[in-house]
Design a protein around this ligand. Structure first.
Ligand SMILES: Nc1nc2c(ncn2[C@@H]2O[C@H](COP(=O)(O)OP(=O)(O)OP(=O)(O)O)[C@@H](O)[C@H]2O)c(=O)[nH]1
Ligand SMILES: [Mg+2]
Length: 469
């Protein structure tokens, strides 16, 4: 690989710890290093050192000793960026790190801008755009599931899927383009019916990828679980017992919680975002703050992935079912899961609870869990229900889960371009216009992996057909 451009440097580790890492990358990486580094073994010549060599020595600024360090040498193209690279492991003093950066700059290196090492890796073909984005995600991942999604994307699972779709569309576009080339001769190369089938197949896949974004995004940011119920049923008590922390104020006065209270928690390798809300009061509410609180509760329920519909064990089965219905009316078609939480089970006998559960099973399709926030009973079962309510099945093939909003937007654009192409076929629109829609879909797919090459379509034609014209 021909190396062009500048040589950059930056600290790669954040504060704390005993050792810090400083990265240098670019055509003059090793040369720059040699100006400030003296190997402990005077026979070692780092200018001629092979890639993957580890050298112990000291950093000097002219004659001033700075630190004892270990230097790793990488040679293009076998490095993270694809360029020549050196990584200096020094002691983690912020003074030492700052001095080393300063003297690297004196030697002619430049400070790297955020993400520049990864950007160079992308430019040098070490990874595609979606993999580069996964680098940021894997650094930020703070649950097992988020890590799993980022790791798959980093290893190219998602890009592979997108690339496969793009290749299919390219072959498809080349057929249409071919038809355009021969349009005066009035040839039809492909059968319209088969073409429509292909587009429908690709669009279905694109749509299912796009719809996985809800789960993907929730896993990255925490799955929103809204705790909703009438005033005083024990919503805030439930939040506190789940978190094992006195997070929200609890009192016997109905209408205690006015605003929403949010807190995240790990359960079963997933990150959940619990949202305690203002009680949903029936009938006319006059208090302005309470009205605003209830409005906010409704919004949260509408955007939830899971709703814990909290009621009391002293309520009637009909009352509980009615409340569950009103919650499912709020979640609408969002696909949110509802778990009925029957709180204050300490106030009824086991027999009464059993009878209520039986009656509820005929009235309500949502699973019901009996708990007592006060006695902290039933909480484990509730946690199990929560984990079970998230369709983690799709996590077994994480290349099909979209976590990145840029990819989601691109997929939606692919889908609408394909929709237009389909309508075009149906309405007998001229092929040239349909070709434009298909090309647009290819363009948007290419945006995801960063492979937008307009010559691709031509390349496809010439590689598959011998036109001889
Ligand atoms: N016996 C019993 N009392 C409970 C239980 N959970 C909560 N309570 C009591 O019920 C009352 C209301 O509890 P909160 O947690 O403030 O109820 P809330 O649903 O958040 O109420 P608002 O915010 O006012 O809508 C308090 O007096 C709690 O001590 C329970 O499991 N058993
Ligand atoms: Mg409350």
């Amino acid at each position: 690989m021909v190396q062009k451009g500048t040589t950059i440097c930056a600290p790669a580790t954040s504060g704390g710890g005993a050792i810090a890492l400083i990265r240098v990358s670019g055509p003059k990486a090793i040369e720059t290093l040699s100006g400030i580094f003296k190997p402990a073994d005077i026979h070692v010549d780092i200018l001629n050192a092979k890639g993957y060599t580890l050298v112990f020595g000291s950093i000097y600024s002219h004659d001033e000793f700075i630190d004892e360090v270990l230097v790793s040498i990488f040679r293009s193209p076998l490095s993270y960026t694809g360029e020549d690279m050196a990584e200096i492991s020094c002691h983690a003093s912020s003074f030492i790190q700052q001095r080393i950066i300063e003297i690297l700059l004196e030697q002619g290196a430049e400070t790297a801008s955020p993400g520049e090492f990864t950007q160079r890796a992308f430019m040098n073909g070490k990874m595609d755009l979606s993999q580069a984005e996964a680098v940021a995600d894997i650094i930020a991942s703070d649950s097992e599931a988020a890590h799993r999604l980022a790791a798959t994307q980093l290893r190219g699972g998602f890009s592979g899927e997108i690339e496969k779709l793009r290749q299919e569309l390219l072959s498809f576009a080349s057929l249409i383009e071919l038809e355009l080339d021969f349009s005066e001769e009035d040839v039809m190369f492909a059968d319209r019916f088969a073409m429509t089938e292909t587009i429908i197949k690709i669009k279905t896949l694109v749509d299912s990828l796009a719809s996985s974004f809800r789960l993907g995004n929730a896993i990255k940011k925490g799955i929103p679980v809204v705790i909703a119920g009438r005033p005083n049923v024990g919503k805030s008590s439930l939040l506190n017992v789940l978190l094992q922390e006195e997070r929200a104020i609890v009192s016997e006065i109905p209408g205690t919680t006015r605003d929403t209270v949010e807190e995240v928690m790990h359960l079963g390798g997933l990150l959940f975002r619990f949202i305690d809300t203002a009680g949903l009061r029936e009938g006319e509410v006059k208090d302005e703050v309470e009205i605003k609180g209830i409005e906010r509760t409704r919004l949260k329920v509408e955007n939830a992935d899971v709703v814990l519909a909290v009621t009391e064990a002293t309520d009637t089965a009909a009352g509980i079912a009615e409340f569950a219905n009103s919650i499912s009316g709020l979640t609408g078609s969002s696909g949110a899961k509802i778990i009925l939480v029957i709180n204050k089970s300490d106030l009824v006998s086991q027999k009464q609870a059993g009878a209520l559960k039986k009656e509820l099973s005929t009235l309500c399709s949502s699973p019901a869990v009996f708990v007592s926030a006060k006695k902290s009973s039933g909480i484990e079962e509730l946690k199990e229900q929560l984990i079970a309510s998230i369709e983690t099945g799709s996590l077994n093939s994480p290349q099909y889960i979209v976590t990145n909003v840029r990819h989601y937007e691109a997929l939606k654009n692919v889908s609408s371009s394909l929709q237009r192409a389909l309508e075009g076929f149906r309405d007998g629109i001229p092929t040239v216009l349909i070709a434009t829609d298909v090309r647009q879909a290819i363009y948007y797919l290419g945006l995801i992996t960063g492979r937008i090459t307009p010559d691709d379509i031509l390349g496809e034609i010439f590689s598959k057909f011998c036109i001889g014209k």
